[in-house]
Design a protein around this ligand. Structure first.
Ligand code: DX5
Ligand code: ZN
Length: 215
């Protein structure tokens, strides 16, 4: 089980030519969940990678793999990502045609279902789906790129997600613009996991920065 105040490295900001080394560095520093940003150039204005790369990462990583699918109509690819080795599959509330169906498909395939919400989506819209969820991802930037500035209005979604936790059991993670400056503010809301990309892989000493962030 992921410990409270976990830091989950977002590989989007890692050096992909040296991906195995970068994974070893963060795992060696104690990272037990890796965040994989899948973008389709349609739901978001950027393209990254698909199941093929997830599978390659699975071969070298020990950590739990969270696949953050920023793709339109994610139901088309759920099976491929689970087969590639994703442990948690996170789909976007805004991108799914039938959220309950898709969450149940992820569960049936043997992975843990997660949902991400954009900064302008109210957490309250997720309430009917909470029993089907293992992981809630509050976006604190509009998805598409690493290195953006944290949007403080999204703290409200974090607080709502924490307040609702008495009704169902799910982990709460925050993604986007989390770094040394914003980390305390997000953990103060009571969330469990901070995704950190540029604020980790941009450091000279990556394991040192990981330990500093974990505190
Ligand atoms: C944004 C991605 C994030 C991104 C975070 O679209 O979903 O996971 O990698 O990067 P930073 O920490 O640089 O904001
Ligand atoms: Zn992400």
């Amino acid at each position: 089980m992921t410990k409270p105040r976990a830091i989950s490295p977002s590989l989007l900001s890692a050096d992909f030519a040296r991906l195995e080394d970068q994974i070893r560095l963060v795992e060696g520093a104690g990272a037990d969940r890796l965040h994989l940003d899948v973008m389709d150039g349609n739901f978001v204005p950027n393209i990254t990678f698909g199941p093929f790369i997830v599978k390659a990462i699975r071969r070298v990583a020990q950590a739990h793999l969270d696949a953050h699918l920023m793709i339109a109509k994610p139901h088309r690819f759920l099976e491929q990502f689970v087969e590639a080795g994703a442990d948690t599959v996170i789909i976007h509330y805004e991108a799914s045609e039938d959220l309950r169906r898709d969450l149940r498909t992820i569960r049936r395939l043997g992975a843990q279902p997660g949902v991400a919400i954009n900064p302008d989506t109210d957490f309250d819209l997720l309430v009917p789906y909470l029993p089907d969820l293992d992981y809630v991802l509050i976006m604190s930037v509009f998805p598409g790129f690493g290195g953006q500035s944290f949007i403080a209005d999204t703290l409200q979604n974090m607080r709502k997600a924490v307040a609702r936790r008495s009704d169902a059991e799910y982990l709460i993670a925050v993604d986007g613009g989390v770094n040394r400056e914003t980390l305390e503010t997000v953990f103060a809301t009571g969330i469990d996991i901070a995704i950190v990309g540029s604020g980790l892989f941009g450091a000279e000493d990556i394991p040192g920065r990981f330990r500093e962030l974990r505190g």
